[in-house]
Design a protein around this ligand. Structure first.
Ligand code: SF4
Length: 374
């Protein structure tokens, strides 16, 4: 059976922001409209029971990540009940994490996170002007000041050192990488991560002139320079992962390297789906042929099925160019969603192939200059 290491739980299917780049709401897939707004208590109970069985069967821990939409739209009461149920069902060694836009990070939510040891990662794209360009609320107002208020409340909490796990930013090519890095560092987060804008070979990511252009690679190289010059850096996960892979180590998260991650996604109605970033490729790309649900199916059987195994294998790149690529072990062919074209399906290099090669070259040069093997 495939070992699951991450369970993404969609506690709420709606969001209180209207981010222009969001793959859930603004990239053509409207499957969220058919989802209940919040995960119902009976679904949460079925989920907790199913995860307990799965954890016992596989014998290794996984992390449960509360996702959305905005997961805190479940409400502070439902959020607390869910954390309590999962904590009682799973060993304490299984991590609980919250990925939130920070707007609803109230004292009640922080108390729940402290009680149940829930790590909090906050989505923030950089300084106010950069963040507010892409992350307005439904009324079109910027959200930066409210996110910073959530972060301030989090940092003031007595358990902040263990609760605050990091910030996650989506890259804006128009922003200065140094200013973005400095502003994210100023949040006091213990770690920073970056995501490329979504896109594929049919619909290029914003700012990319063509599949061979390297706008994102150039941006990441400038970020790398800033990061490597910083005498007191805050770890940038994606850069650290790639540097580690170049030095023969392993990555920690999906997106780079060849490590296959066992990711289980449970939607608000309890249905079990594929990684929802696939929604950016085409409508219902995140759906299995079988309509599985935590309410009616055994998670051990789902994870042990041939269809789940095929989905897991699909993380591996299949394009001939990737299989022959000297950078494959570091790049890993990128996220499956970024490989998509109507013509070849997922059998393409990442649409960020040239960007990744440019960044890997810059990392190799840095390691060579510092007499570190790569
Ligand atoms: S996407 Fe490009 S850089 Fe990455 S493994 Fe494939 S060919 Fe190599």
């Amino acid at each position: 059976m495939i070992a699951i290491d991450t369970v993404l739980v969609k506690l709420a299917s709606r969001c209180n922001l209207d981010c222009g780049y969001c793959y859930v709401y603004n990239m053509g897939d409207d499957g969220w409209k058919g989802q209940p707004k919040r995960m119902a208590p009976d679904v949460v109970r079925a989920l907790a029971a199913g995860l307990a069985e799965l954890r016992a069967a596989q014998g290794t821990d996984f992390s449960v990540v509360f996702h959305g939409g905005e997961p805190l739209l479940a409400g502070p009461g439902r959020f607390a009940e869910t954390c309590g149920l999962l904590r009682r069902a799973l060993p304490r060694t299984c991590g609980l994490h919250l990925q939130t836009n920070g707007l609803l990070l109230s004292d009640a939510v922080l108390a729940t996170c402290a009680e149940h040891e829930v790590g909090i990662s906050i989505s923030v794209d950089g300084p106010a002007d950069v963040h507010d360009r892409h992350r307005p609320d439904k009324a079109g107002r910027g959200s930066h000041s409210r996110v910073m208020e959530g972060i301030r409340r989090l940092r003031a909490h007595p358990a902040a050192a263990t609760l605050f796990s990091g910030v996650l930013a989506v890259i804006d090519l128009a922003a200065d990488p140094g200013e973005v890095y400095d502003s994210l560092k100023d949040t006091g987060a213990p770690g920073i991560d970056f995501l490329y804008r979504d896109g594929n070979h049919d619909v290029l990511p914003v700012g990319k002139a063509g599949p061979l252009s390297t706008e994102y690679g150039a941006w990441m190289c400038r970020l790398l320079d800033v990061y490597l010059r910083d005498r007191h850096p805050v770890p940038v996960r994606v850069l650290d992962d790639m540097l580690k892979l170049l030095l023969g180590g392993v990555s920690r998260k999906e997106g780079v390297g060849l490590e296959a991650y066992g990711i289980l996604v449970v939607d608000t109605d309890g249905s079990v789906n594929k990684n929802d970033t696939l929604k950016s490729a085409f409508g219902n790309a995140d759906r299995f042929a079988v309509e599985w649900s935590v309410a009616t199916h055994d998670l051990r059987q789902i994870v042990g099925s041939a269809e789940f195994a095929a989905y897991h294998r699909a993380q591996r790149p299949s394009a001939p160019a990737c299989l022959a690529c000297p950078d494959l072990k570091v790049c890993g062919g990128g996220m499956p969603a970024h490989r998509w074209s109507t013509r070849n399906g997922f059998a393409n290099p990442s649409v960020f192939c040239a960007d990744q090669q440019r960044l890997i070259d810059a990392m190799r040069s840095h390691l060579a200059r510092n007499r570190l093997a790569a």
